[in-house]
Design a protein around this ligand. Sequence first.
Ligand code: PGA
Length: 251
Amino acid sequence: MRKNIVAGNWKMNKNLQEGLDLVKELQSAVFGKTLKCDVVVCTPFVHLASVSGLIDKNKVKLGAQNCADKVSGAYTGEVSAEMLASTGAQYVILGHSERRAYYGETSVTLSEKVKLALANKLTPIFCIGEVLAEREAGKQNTVVKTQIEEALFDLSADDFGKIVLAYEPVWAIGTGKTATSAQAQEIHAHIRQTVAAKYGQTVADNTSILYGGSCNAGNAKELFANPDVDGGLIGGAALKLDTFMPIVEAF
Ligand code: PGA
């Protein structure tokens, strides 16, 4: 059965103390509540070990925002999947559009990163999504299909079954423009069909597909009500408890 997930992507925000403060608030807010989704915080690398020591992972799960495409060695400044796992992290965002656009990440490196994440028992939250010009040209379905095929379709069905997908239209990220509920459902259904065509309906039905891009307290309920939207990857609204919790509670 696929899971509902609300994951906060802090991006490059919050120093260590601020991050720990937010996690403590979040942990108290979810304490004693029966939530209908898993809650994940994806923090900067340097926060991971400290956050890991603070959280009850039955309540709040921990993720990173990237990992290296190499196992270990002379790669100054890189952080390996094995290092992430050793902090207690359970998830890693891979292929975020900001990584693709600003750091030149390609399907080739992402495919390596996904395999290393899986080898270290991390769950990749693999991001896909089109830019505005592609949406305006009606190419969004082809774009996301190609992104999935190129980076993920050499995985076994068993390994693919361990991945979470996040559809994030680039034009909606940090812009305040959200995909309509109907646009989200349409493309999420297409993504699920793409997975079904390769791995079969059971794997597709068990894959969580999150929506990301200006998801907030006002639109989360309607987005999450769609049959193929299994939660959200939340940027700006994940940085404060009072904007994040209503999204967590939207299920
Ligand atoms: P946003 O970011 O919610 O600030 O639009 C989402 C994301 O980039 O994951």
